[in-house]
Design a protein around this ligand. Sequence first.
Ligand SMILES: N[C@@H](CCC(=O)N[C@@H](CS)C(=O)NCC(=O)O)C(=O)O
Length: 212
Amino acid sequence: MLKLYGFARVNEGARGNTRDLRVLWALEELGLPYDIVGMDHPKHDLDSPAYRALNPFGQIPVIDDDGVVVSESGAILLYLARKSGKLIPTDLAGEAQVLRWCFTALTTIEVPVLSLWFVNLSGGKGSKPSEALRSWAEMRLKELDGWLNHRQFIATDELTVADILMTHVLDAGTPEEMLEPYPNLVSYRARCTERPAWKRTVAAYDARVQGA
Ligand SMILES: N[C@@H](CCC(=O)N[C@@H](CS)C(=O)NCC(=O)O)C(=O)O
């Protein structure tokens, strides 16, 4: 049985936004059976030698699929999609579009948005780096909004794993007021988060994962 290492307890600020949700959502869309190995972050479960052997960076998520160990949410989603032949086209050209937009979500969009969050969190608010980061993030969000004009999903005409990654970056990683000027981003995120699989994922996470 596929094992997913996800949070059982995590600090209250992160609860509800953690990247194991990307994998849980994909598993729910795919209908694959799995067991959750619940990790207690404040108790330093992620620092144990056993967990570091699975992920040298001591981060969530990781899967162990009968000995196939994969970390990195993007790599995990692509593995699950290719394994099940769903949420990704099987032809090379279609697959290339999904790869393209998975990388876009995790590099072109998540990097500036996450860096801005981190600088602000570390007390850099109002400082030059924060302003520069803010315009970098805004520029990318505006460009993404343009791409989503007249598109339902990011990579193809159907939901793919690229949408799960992009939606989670926009939902969990991007401050709400930064999305407001971009109607295509707001409606895209709503279209994806209204899916029953995402709602089931969030309900199960909220019931299981404790805040600290
Ligand atoms: N690039 C990684 C990032 C994983 C990551 O940042 N995980 C966070 C939770 S959302 C974590 O485990 N943080 C705990 C820590 O770094 O101590 C991915 O996409 O999987």
